[in-house]
Ligand binder design. Sequence first.
Ligand code: SF4
Ligand code: SF4
Length: 174
Amino acid sequence: MGCTCNSNDKEKLFCSGVLVENRPGAILPPQEAWENKKGGYVIIECPQRIPCNPCATSCPTGAVKPFADINDVPEIDYEKCTGCGLCVAKCPGLACFVVDLTYGADEAVIKLPYELEPKPVKGQKVKCLNRVGEEVADGEVYAVAEPLKDQTTVVSVVIPKKLVGEIRAIKVVC
Ligand code: SF4
Ligand code: SF4
């Protein structure tokens, strides 16, 4: 199903910091390296200058470059990204994701933040949502990382590889 947002809705969402479609502001990995990177690479969709920096301070490898100013937008050194997902758990804006393209020929794994209850469990079928909350595919939970203090649960989901640029959330169907 295509997006039913009109251009005004999209602009309002974008102005509130939500990337409603692929457009400048998303940080994407270099495609060739990404296709063969076991564990995946981070994607950060945080295009606006806001006073926030846990993505940088939580990254254990320095892949999110240190901010000179807390209002900086994140920059990534992809040679340092391990795909660990710590930034996914720490980002208060739910703007960090990790995508591993090596899972299968037609499937990928996305690590995404999940704040709702009930939490999904490994093996559970879920609905995959695009940036505006529309169901675009079925997915299967691959892993659930319980959060440490002040962190968000990170759920790994097997999704269709062709939709890695669209899927950014899941809906748990009980
Ligand atoms: S996935 Fe891990 S290594 Fe990569 S940017 Fe996030 S915290 Fe850093
Ligand atoms: S932690 Fe999240 S919301 Fe804050 S600057 Fe980093 S990506 Fe943006």
